[in-house]
Design a protein around this ligand. Structure first.
Ligand code: COA
Ligand code: AMP
Length: 639
């Protein structure tokens, strides 16, 4: 491992300085960027609990991510490498070409009437045009909202109604290993059912599944880009929104996480050097999807802001064509840092436990593997480190923060790795573990993981159009603190262990989903009286949703038919990404005396874990029944 990765400072010193003097710390970090107007105040604390970074400053995120590098000698360096085993193609786009493409597409948006502050929804597969569309919005000060392709038309409609976009940008199709996913019919149906009607849709036609265009509303990407004059970068306030990214909340209504321009750009650029230990010019690969926060931060913005080459990979860790796919990409493109979710490595390990495919490739340039998105089991961490021979860094963060809360900051100082822990809080984050009364718990004791305000730059300033929900969801549990929604503990060395969510969010293959949202779908079926969805442990995906339903009295249809309908409903209304495939019909659900369904207890039973009889249970006998139902369906085998 090179010296760069080993870092060049002391974690303790950097961390302490970031907490003692956040303005000095982040003001210095902000010098890495080009500002049209310098900030008046690094941190505006006038309206707590709302904090604003770089108030009074003006910049353009696209200029910093693209044009600045063209102006500073990186014009011919690859900015994006699109590697697409599913279409058998590879494309390299230099910074100069990226600038041209982005400026032209910004011209297309401008010609369609998009101005600063307007919203644009992007519904795209993993093609470079997804990044081009995002950067083009940033260029003209429009606010993008990328929706993951594995979500249904209904989820897309919900986002259309919340963000109220002037324009939609979509691919005609996405390509999954087992099928072509036609995006355009989903887009059309979402617009039809939404109350808000976007004025135009720009469609990127792909030969694998061309879309039918709607005269007057739909615009062909290639034709429009060829005809458009390039648009210049528009300076925006550091505190203006760059994007909205919807994420699962505790209800069916997703939360529109807002990201600002200034704080975000500073955090992204700082994290590349200090968390990941990457230098400008190196190849950085986040194997995720632009629809998730990892894709926003580490496929698009951070690598480009730092002058790296980013890999946009349209494929899977296995099956495209085999479990050697990642090693091929690392070798062919000279990847220095790989970032993915533990589930990807579990998939590779399942298909190729001895890593035979690795022998065919030279992965010598790889310096470290970063994993996030779900809890990383020590087995996966150790297996990955063993086969690759590089440090494997589990780091913990969430859509809301936009970058790592806890990590082993390789660019500062590599700390000893403790499997099961994402190491220590990243500079800027004052992480504390508190009990229900708001008191700090002792080392090793589990509590709610909170972040003392203010959070560092890059974290969400609010939820789109909903300051109240922002405060109520995140800031009201403990005044002065941000509630992460995760529970865990800190050991005596200050290492954090993130153990579980305290709400109904589950993590399926690194994808964040709300079981409450799935329950709302099941409850909408005419034969269902009551239901619960829990996340059961799964060896590949970490967790999988399992539905349990009680049918209405008098329903005498075949249970298998009803379960099939329920699976179809969730797929239609939430999307294939929910991976909702199993429902069990039960006679009753266990509840507390006040009527709250005991989901946690059912999860423990399903996972075959020991559990304590809840003191407030209404009828303890139901748990035995549930165990029988789960046992008959192949669950509840003692771990
Ligand atoms: N558009 C449309 N459908 C999509 C999609 C997209 N962009 N992405 C996934 N889907 C569909 C899949 O085709 C699958 O549908 P199916 O039920 O018809 O098979 C379903 O959603 C579930 O997809 P996925 O979670 O990818 O499961 P999988 O079984 O196809 O693959 C893994 C399993 C582990 C290989 C895969 O989850 C993976 O590569 N994970 C990497 C981790 C990752 O990217 N995490 C993101 C956060 S860092
Ligand atoms: P998302 O917003 O999709 O990034 O999901 C964030 C959630 O995923 C976190 O709140 C955690 O519950 C979980 N998560 C992400 N990374 C980790 C990690 N390294 N360890 C444990 N849980 C994680």
């Amino acid at each position: 491992m090179g010296d760069q990765t080993r870092g060049n400072g002391s974690y303790e010193d950097e961390y302490r300085r970031s907490i003692a003097d956040p303005e000095g710390f982040w003001g210095e970090a902000a010098e890495a960027l080009h500002w049209e107007r310098r900030w008046d105040k690094v941190l505006d604390t006038l309206k707590p609990p709302f904090y604003r970074w770089f108030a009074g400053g003006e910049l353009n995120t696209c200029y910093n991510a693209v044009d600045r590098h063209v102006d500073n000698g990186r014009a011919d360096q690859p900015a994006i490498i699109h590697d697409s085993p599913v279409t058998d193609s590879k494309t390299v786009i230099t910074y100069a070409e990226l600038k041209d493409r982005v400026a032209r597409f910004a011209g297309v948006l401008r010609d369609l009437g998009v101005v600063k502050g307007d919203r644009v929804i992007v519904y795209m597969p993993m093609v470079p045009e997804a990044a081009v569309a995002m950067l083009a919005c940033a260029r003209i000060g429009a606010i993008h909202s990328v929706v993951f392709g594995g979500f249904s038309a209904k989820e897309l409609a919900t986002r259309i109604d919340d963000a109220k976009p002037k324009v939609m940008v979509a691919g005609s199709c996405g390509i999954e290993p087992n099928r072509v996913v036609h995006y355009k019919p989903l887009l059309d149906s979402a617009i039809e059912s939404a109350s808000h009607k976007p004025a135009h849709c720009v469609i990127l036609q792909r030969d694998q599944g061309r879309a039918e265009m709607l005269e007057g509303r739909d615009v062909d990407w290639a034709e429009a880009a060829a005809a458009a004059a390039p648009a210049d970068c528009v300076p925006v306030a550091a505190t203006d929104p760059l994007y909205i990214l919807y994420t699962s909340g505790t209800t069916g209504q997703p939360k529109g996480v807002v990201r600002d321009n200034g704080g975000h750009a500073v955090a992204m650029a700082w994290s590349m050097k200090h968390v990941y230990g990457v230098e400008p010019g190196e190849v950085y690969w986040a194997a995720s999807d632009v629809g998730w926060v990892v894709g926003h931060s580490y496929i698009v913005y951070a690598p480009l802001l730092h002058g790296c080459t980013t890999v946009v990979y349209e494929g899977k860790p296995v099956g495209t064509p085999d479990a050697g796919a990642f090693w091929r990409v690392i070798e062919e493109h000279g990847v220095s840092i790989l970032f993915t979710a533990p589930t990807a490595f579990r998939a590779i390990k399942r298909d190729d436990p001895k890593a035979e495919h690795l022998k065919r490739y030279d992965t010598g340039k790889l310096r470290a593997l970063f994993l996030a998105g779900e809890r990383c089991d020590p087995d996966t961490l150790e297996w990955a480190g063993g086969i690759l021979g590089v440090p494997v860094v589990d780091h913990w963060w969430q859509t809301e923060t936009g970058w790592a809360i806890a990590a082993n900051c390789l660019g500062i100082e590599q700390l000893p790795i403790k499997p099961g822990s994402p190491t220590r809080p990243v500079p800027g984050y004052d992480v504390q573990v508190l009990d229900d009364a708001g008191e700090p718990v002792g080392a090793g004791d589990i509590g709610r993981i909170m972040i003392k305000l203010p959070m560092p730059p890059g974290c969400l300033p609010t939820l789109w159009g909903n300051d109240e929900r922002f405060v109520q969801s995140y800031l009201s549990a403990q005044p002065g603190y941000y509630l992460t929604g995760d529970a865990g503990y800190m050991d005596e060395d200050g290492y954090l262990f993130v153990m579980s969510r305290i709400d109904d969010i589950i993590n399926v293959a690194g994808h964040r989903l709300s079981t409450g949202g799935m329950e709302a779908v099941l409850a909408g079926h005419p034969d269902v009286a009551e239901c619960a969805v829990i996340g059961v442990a799964d060896q590949l995906k970490g967790e999988l949703p399992l539905g349990m339903v009680v049918l209405k009295a008098g329903v005498d249809r075949d249970n298998a038919d009803i379960c099939g309908e329920l699976v179809k409903l969730v797929r239609e209304q939430i999307g294939p990404v929910a991976a909702f495939k199993t429902v069990i019909v039960v006679d009753r659900l266990p509840k507390t005396r006040s009527g709250k369904i005991l989901r946690g207890t059912m999860k423990a039973i399903a996972d075959g874990k020991d559990y304590r009889m809840p003191a407030t249970i209404d009828d303890p006998a139901i748990l035995g029944e549930i165990e029988q139902f789960l046992g008959a369906a192949g669950y509840a085998k003692h771990a």
